[in-house]
Design a protein around this ligand. Structure first.
Ligand code: BDR
Ligand code: CA
Length: 324
């Protein structure tokens, strides 16, 4: 049997972040070595509290490192309480909450130290604004060659699905720190972006969530509870019946990349103007005159997903963990 892949999960829990975190924890293919938190779906105190809550309630052994509280150069956007609730977890009561503290080390330093401790072994999966990743690159540029890969949930390329969710052209994680995102897309590490193009094509229906509650123990019950307001938001705004699977799709890519079809190319992020936060791809091999995409690393972005297989993987992973 192959060794499970070491994974750092950089996250802003967040309802779909919680779905992704419990997916990692349940997967025999992944070894969660750290959770690093970031602002985004809520402020940093709240997202860190939520990660600590989940560690305690679901017995996670991975340490929790608190990330930065603001974007690199601009003020933090207001929290999307209309999607994730005031408490970041759908305003479901956090039963039995015992206040706990994160590790003393800041998130970006934990990323650097783990990359150095396990060179070439760690996948960094980031599903919030990319500020911690940019800070790690700034503090230690060699981190780019020490990680096995970087997988993000972020961006929208207009290749399929939706081209944006906070503006007509910008996805939330990128829009929340466009400068950081541009640094992360143009760093010399192998990066795959699981974007809105595909994450809006994977939907957990109310029946699917109910079945998780019935057969995936406390994790299933918690996920069904927190998903209800999230599904209500997507229903009222986009007419989606159920929950778009954003962050867990990035985790699914780490477990089984064959679920996705990718397009390779260099990516720049717009950091000003009405397109703020737009992710722009120059496909590999396309010829243009001189541009800001020249000599940038070739990364990968998702263009298609096998929804049925991804939903099956998620369900079977949680059920198997509950039965173990
Ligand atoms: C992304 O933004 C956040 O609200 C979600 O957790 C997800 O990471 C979707 O655009
Ligand atoms: Ca997220």
């Amino acid at each position: 049997m192959t060794q499970p892949t070491k994974i750092i999960f950089d996250t802003d829990p967040g309802i779909d972040d919680a779905m992704a975190l419990l997916f990692i924890e349940a997967s025999p293919d992944l070894d969660l070595v750290a959770v690093t938190t970031i602002f985004g779906n809520s402020d940093i105190e709240t997202t860190t509290r939520n990660a600590l809550y989940m560690k305690q309630r679901f017995g996670l052994t991975a340490p929790i490192y608190k990330g930065t509280d603001k974007p690199l150069v601009r003020p933090r956007n207001p929290s999307p309480t209309f999607v994730h609730g005031e408490n970041g977890l759908g305003d479901v009561e956090l039963t039995g909450l015992v206040p706990a503290k994160p590790e003393a080390k800041p998130a970006h330093q934990a990323i650097i130290d783990l990359a150095r401790q396990f060179p070439g072994e760690v996948v960094l999966c980031a599903v919030g604004p990319l500020t911690n990743l940019a800070l790690a690159l700034q503090a230690d540029p060699e981190v780019a060659s020490l990680l096995k890969s970087v997988v993000i949930m972020g961006g929208a390329f207009g290749l399929a699905g939706k081209p944006g969710n906070v503006t007509p052209v910008a996805e939330a994680n990128i829009w929340n720190d466009p400068e950081a995102a541009d640094q992360v897309f143009t760093a010399p590490w192998p990066l795959t972006a699981i974007s809105l193009d595909v994450t809006t094509q994977v939907v957990m229906s109310p029946d699917y969530m109910q079945a998780l509650e019935a057969s995936a123990g406390d994790a299933g019950a918690f996920l069904n509870a927190i998903s209800k307001p999230y599904a209500a938001f997507y229903g009222s705004r986009d007419g989606v019946v159920g929950c778009c699977v954003h962050d867990a799709a990035a985790v699914a890519f780490v477990i089984d990349p064959t679920l996705f079809t990718l397009q390779r190319g260099s990516v720049r992020v717009l950091t000003e103007g009405i397109g703020l936060g737009q992710t722009c791809l120059k496909a590999e091999g396309e010829l243009f005159g001189p541009s800001a995409w020249d000599d940038q690393p070739i990364q990968a972005v998702s263009v298609a997903v096998d929804e049925a297989r991804l939903l099956k993987l998620y369900r079977e992973t949680l059920l198997a963990a509950n039965a173990a």
